[in-house]
Design a protein around this ligand. Sequence first.
Ligand code: SF4
Length: 698
Amino acid sequence: PGKQPEREVDSLCPYCGVGCQLTFQVSDNRILAVKGRDGPANHNRLCVKGRYGFDYVHSKERLTKPLIRRTDAPKERSLEVDPANPLTHFREASWEDALEVAAAGLARIRETTGPDALAGFGSAKGSNEEAYLFQKLVRTGFGTNNIDHCTRLCHASSVAALIEGIGSGAVTAPFYECENSDVIIVIGATPTVNHPVAATFIKNAVKRGATLIVIDPRGQGLTRHAHLHLQFRGGTDVALLNAMIHTIIAEGLSDPDYIARFTQDFDALKARVADYSPEKMAPLCGIPAEVLRRAARLYASAKAAMIFWGMGISQHTHGTDNARCLIALALLTGNIGKPGAGLHPLRGQNNVQGASDAGLIPMFLPDYRSVDDNAVRALFEAAWGRPIDPQKGLTVVEIMDAAHRGAIRGMYIMGENPAMSDPDQTHVRQALATLDHLVVQEIFLTETAAFADVILPATSFLEKDGSFTNTNRQVQIGRQAIEPPGEARQDWWIIQELARRLGLDWAYAHPRDAFEEMRQLMPSIRGISWQRLEREGSVTYPCEAADDPGQEVIFGDGFPTASGRARFVPTDIRPPDELPDGDYPFILTTGRILEHWHTGAMTRRATVLDAIEPEPFCHLSPDDMGKAGILPGETIRVRTRRGAIELKARLDRDVSSGTLFIPFCYAEAAANFLTNPALDPDGKIPELKFCAARLERT
Ligand code: SF4
């Protein structure tokens, strides 16, 4: 207390996709405090994670030396460790030895079983340059497109619908454009928890006079600012949204000039939704017909309206259909490409937008150019000097399934924790234990790293330079504030050392070299140089030339599709994969809480955040607690067809009767032992927001 910092370093918050700019105050290679800066996305504001979520970097549990698995350590018992000696299954090694063993194992599988027996998971927490280098290594060094990251669990379905409908997977306007909206819809998102600083812009817009419609099966922080809250029955999104589309068309509230000028396939949409009257849909979604009509009229009569959505829309087996409906609402009413209007899927991780842009996904090379397009591949093959597999690779859940059945034999995982984040953990952990060779690059011995053959100690966000792209398409620089502990090394350096040992002649000297290569290959960021980022602090893409200011609101004069028009894609109701029944009468839904980030690897080691929310709990409605005779704080067991966990009950008036909500950040009661791996057929995203569960007394 009272200690003056030796220096201040301007950087970013590493948590959510808002991309708040901040300043680290540093002394003796330690973070003393954090201050918000006047960045375009935060105007000096920070949430509790941004302000207090940093001392994980100083944790005694940081990995500081390369580790190689002991030959007598059984993989199936990887998570059975003595808490006093958690590294018991590993021996310390030199970097040279660890890199040799890591690369030799991957090369052996490539040569004997073939490139498609390998896969890589990169990370949306890494920089643009790390994402780019990682996917380049997997594509050209491994020889496969089996490369993915947690966007697959996040907005993969939204991106599939957006690319299909409007030709681009990113937001059409930054979130602060809601300052110019007169109607705002927030659906399947909880910004006060997951994007708290973005939520302040929405609240300010309401204070200024905008009408807020919250559509969510759970109550939430924005509900008390909303003019209308549609607390609909979980999993009935398409019924609800098609009823709104039906109303807009039937009541003549659409914008015929916009539809004629900028869209196609309107007649197909009109014919499909004819049968989706609010009166028919009301019993399904649990919202009175008149309220559905009111929401549709409010949205359609706005001069400018924005739609924000999150995982409540995307994490369903019908997630792509849900997003198709939201796109149709915006196109019907011309609410796209003008001030105060737009479609904004709120991005979760701080760099999930940039990692996807950089090609860390199996079907697209950088800038969303398809790997099965010969001309696209030829361009990247010429730049990279290596052939690229013409087949699209497998996605996250497909890779784990392939590992489980023995088709994937080796993996390289950088900064992802599938042994906590992926659905059906019993299956995932068996898959990880089955691999012949697993290389994990991490800052902690995560649940995934515990299964590794080689662990490469990496750097935290605060120990490296890199560019990151937030939910608004703003590219910004995160700067190194402190030195890494022990022998931990920068991630780009580790990727390059592995690449060299796998036969690639890379010679990057700094992340800026990788960024310069990226912008030569990615028209969307061609006008953004590293020097410009240093100078301007934040540049929005598309930005095609050095004097291009970047475009915040896009698609005012057409769409980047083959026809230049956006497409309506009609949808029909498809129920969730697993409905409640007599044995499993509850709906289980999972998500984040304000204080803890994703699988908890960082925030559960941040002292203040863990002190606020130290233990796992299951949220229940007062009604369900009363019926079951359960008291708040009582330990209960939640079971699904895939497993059971024990945790405490918490009374939550925002949860509907018949629904359970469990945060997925607690390893001691990992919610993903319960979740359903069934996939959306288009986005390949698992249905993390809906499965059947039952409550048991312990
Ligand atoms: Fe960090 Fe997001 Fe909070 Fe901003 S809103 S401080 S980026 S977690």
